[in-house]
Write a protein that binds this ligand. Structure first.
Ligand code: NOJ
Ligand code: NOJ
Length: 451
């Protein structure tokens, strides 16, 4: 049953593993000279590999079904946990695959993982934790992780709600509205429903300081606000569709207030959006406040509704500042023969996975710039500015080319790329990377089809 779907991925995995025999520099050379040189082809291949890597990391055999592990690595650092954020972003990729696949067997496999994720989410919402729904990560058996950690992280419930809303929309289209009312969004029974529980939490708690997506700083964050806004807007739409106009009004009102707060993150003297305001705890060396979290927030919070579009001057300026800053701080960016710029989390980052001796560029951050430029290109093409759009496609491709350049022949992506040599480093095979590949490809396709 899994066959057709997995055969393709397997074929690609085998293809990659044959190439793995060659030394890294030869492989790069071969790739550059092969016929498969365009960014889009690499992305397509990588996306096929990505979906198989993602499926491998959902419901592993020793976990409660529905656990999405951040990576298989269990030592220094241990990433064998269900992070609420990573899981939601990963399941977004699974949903986008579900939407595009037509083969019934493929869809069944994806559907099962989505249902397991839904059940797992319902379970962990009801586990007693140190910070309730804002708890950032869980043991893979679904029990609470009570060790020291940066908590709460309030992007989690918002992202989880958004992913489940997208799944609910598909189920409604498939005629399963009763199931949604029973399990996901119930405003009449005492059992609130998985989605509504998170939405109500966001509506009540979004003003409270929490830890950022990098789990390091407690305060108010652009990233967290962007995804909270999306949860409120999409939550209001779902509530309305299910006849709960009272909740819809509450969520819509919160969305407007969140927007009013978001504009305060623009720093005109610096010329970019800053990551955090009103810091109350955590790292004290993020002096520039320049952070790829802004771009990730725009991507994961995007509603294409005209609020902070990618074509906005302020967004463009933030992107410019990021590319310039990372060009300066990473030696690997000083080699002019390598395309694009390798992008990290923020310039002052020290986290190297199992040490704090200096941060590195990250594939998922570099891909975020690619995706942002593709989306900006789309915005321009909608307005008929075809030339600008074409050059933005090329800019986006440069960031994809950069990740491709540092990727090993087997296509597997670690959390980080060494700032001096470019080789993959830190946690191997990070699940979130593969979600980033899928969303970057999808943004590129959307842009191309528009042109
Ligand atoms: C682990 C987190 O996952 C990482 O983002 C962070 O930099 C370190 N802990 C330090 O807090
Ligand atoms: C560290 C990252 O900073 C954080 O965003 C992520 O959730 C965890 N690693 C797990 O991948």
């Amino acid at each position: 049953m899994k066959k057709i779907f997995l055969v393709q991925s397997l074929f690609i995995a085998i293809l990659f593993s044959f190439q793995a025999e060659a030394s890294p520099s030869n492989v790069r050379h071969n790739l550059r000279n092969s016929n498969l040189t365009s960014s889009s082809l690499w992305l397509e291949e990588e996306a096929n590999l990505s979906i198989s890597r993602i499926l491998n990391n959902i419901s592993p055999s020793d976990a409660r079904p529905g656990a999405v592990i951040a990576a298989q690595t269990r030592h220094e650092p241990n990433y064998y946990y269900h992070w609420v954020r990573d899981a939601a972003l990963t399941m977004e990729a699974v949903i986008s695959e579900y939407r595009t696949r037509t083969d019934a067997n493929d869809r069944n496999i994806l559907r099962q993982k989505l249902m397991e994720y839904l059940n797992f989410s319902e379970h962990i919402q009801n586990v007693s934790t140190l910070t309730g729904l804002g708890e950032p990560k869980f043991n893979v058996d679904g029990s609470a992780f009570n060790g020291p950690w940066g908590r709460p992280q309030n992007d989690g419930p918002a992202l989880r709600a958004v992913s489940l809303i997208h799944w609910a929309q598909i189920l409604i289209d498939e005629g399963q509205t009763d199931f949604i009312r029973d399990r996901l969004f119930d405003h009449k029974k005492s059992q609130v429903g998985v989605i509504k529980k998170d939405l109500d939490y966001v509506a009540v708690h979004w003003r409270e300081p929490s830890f950022d997506l990098w789990e390091e700083v407690q305060g108010d964050h652009f990233y967290t606000r962007m995804v909270q806004r999306r949860a409120m807007v999409e939550g209001a739409q779902l509530a309305l569709a299910l006849g709960d106009s009272k909740s819809a009004r509450i969520y819509s009102r919160q969305a407007i207030e969140i927007e009013q707060d978001l504009v305060n993150f623009w720093d005109p003297s610096r010329g970019y959006f800053i990551a955090t305001r009103n810091q109350v705890a955590g790292l004290n060396y993020k002096h520039s406040q320049l952070d790829t979290a802004i771009i990730l927030g725009l991507l994961h919070g995007s509603l294409n509704d005209g609020f902070l579009p990618f074509s906005d001057q302020k967004v463009q300026s933030t992107l410019d500042h990021l590319a310039r800053a990372f060009t300066q701080v990473y030696k690997i960016n000083h080699r002019s023969e390598i395309p694009g710029v390798a992008i990290g989390r923020y310039p002052e980052d020290q986290y190297g996975g199992n040490h704090f001796n200096g941060g590195n560029p990250w594939p998922l951050c570099t891909l975020a710039l690619a995706e942002a430029y593709y989306r900006m290109g789309f915005d321009f093409s909608v307005r008929g500015r075809r030339l600008d759009s074409k050059s933005l496609l090329e800019t986006g491709d440069q960031f994809v080319e950069r990740v491709r350049y540092h990727a090993p022949a087997n296509g597997l992506l670690n959390e980080q790329m060494d700032r001096n040599t470019g080789y993959m480093t830190s946690v191997e095979d990070l699940t979130w990377n593969y979600a980033a590949i899928i969303s970057t490809l999808s943004a590129r396709r959307t842009m191309i089809f528009r042109k």
